[in-house]
Ligand binder design. Structure first.
Ligand code: 1HE
Length: 267
């Protein structure tokens, strides 16, 4: 496996949290974790290495009171970019976010405060989103004279559906609390620390076999881009590999000899 040199990250705080769980936190609280070029490059870096570095799950977080304010508007203003320049910026965002969504390493996002614009694009590239009472979601691009460029047209639309996506962009609608849950922006809402809750989920996911997690956090996304026929075929092929992995035999044996936990309803 590759090793991860945590010291080389500047805008990200990268930490080994033990048992294969890693923390990746946007670390520019003073700028509300706005996504500048350097931060995106560091995300590309980390998520290029993670699948080959025995990373079994990631908690994706933001330092301070807000998860992420989206595109660094000051950098964008100062750079006064050409269309081609900004296209290439967006392509780097896609590089980072595709590596997250398709990389096969479970990513649990811990959300607090603003999850807006590109911040929502980043959050929607994670596999699980945990919010709390402070979390709010919006796409302010329309109001700023901008458009989404980091995959929101695909991933946020997947989460909330086309009509809600267009409404968010047109009117700047803010979703928070149970309503945000109901429309699909997050899968968990907790009182207090979304980080602690996300870490607990990451620790749980990290106990699965890595090859199972690879399939879950890569194949499902790939299959969405396929025809139903191709997806069914790909599913059979993936299951052929995953469901016969030698490491699964001990888990199957534990079920057979009745030592494995049974699936029960919640109390
Ligand atoms: C920033 C950014 C930023 C804050 N780029 N510097 N995204 C937005 O339209 C969201 C813009 N930000 C906000 O609405 C607010 O800043 C927040 C709700 C996130 C936080 O509010 P608040 O009152 O806590 O902070 P603040 O006083 O507004 O900002 C604190 C500092 O963070 C300040 O810098 P300072 O040097 O003056 O202290 C802000 O300039 C800085 N800051 N947000 C740069 N976004 C690939 S296309 C994607 C398109 C988009 O993402 S559009 C995103 C739009």
């Amino acid at each position: 496996p590759l090793s991860i040199d945590t010291a080389r990250f500047i805008n990200l705080k990268v930490e080994d949290l033990g048992d294969g769980v890693w923390g990746v936190a946007l670390n520019r609280a003073a700028k509300r974790n706005a996504l500048d070029i350097e931060t995106i490059e560091e995300l590309v870096d980390f998520f290029s290495i993670a699948p080959r570095a025995d990373v079994r799950a990631v908690v994706l977080a933001g330092a301070g009171d807000h998860f992420c304010a989206g595109l660094d508007l000051i950098e964008h203003h100062d750079e006064d970019r050409s269309p081609a320049d900004f296209m290439h910026v967006c392509l780097r965002w896609h590089e980072a976010f595709n590596k997250m969504e398709y990389g096969g390493v479970p990513i649990i996002a811990a959300l607090q405060g603003a999850v807006v614009g590109g911040g929502l694009e980043l959050a929607s590239s994670a596999h699980v989103r945990v919010m709390n009472e402070t979390t709010y979601f919006a796409l302010p691009e329309g109001q700023r004279g901008l458009f989404t460029g980091g995959g929101a047209t695909i991933r946020v639309t997947d989460l909330v559906g086309k009509s809600r996506m267009i409404d968010m962009m047109l009117t700047g609608r803010v979703y928070q609390g149970d309503e945000a849950m109901d429309v699909g922006l997050a899968q968990y809402i907790v009182k207090g620390s979304s980080y602690d809750a996300a870490l607990e989920l990451a620790r749980k996911a990290a106990q699965n076999l890595p090859l199972s997690n690879f399939a879950i956090c890569s194949a499902v996304s790939h299959m969405q881009n396929m025809s139903a026929m191709d997806a069914a075929y790909a599913e059979a092929v993936v299951a052929g590999v995953v469901n016969t992995q030698p490491d699964a035999r001990a888990r199957l044996a534990a079920f057979a000899d009745k030592t494995a936990a049974r699936v029960r309803r919640n109390d």
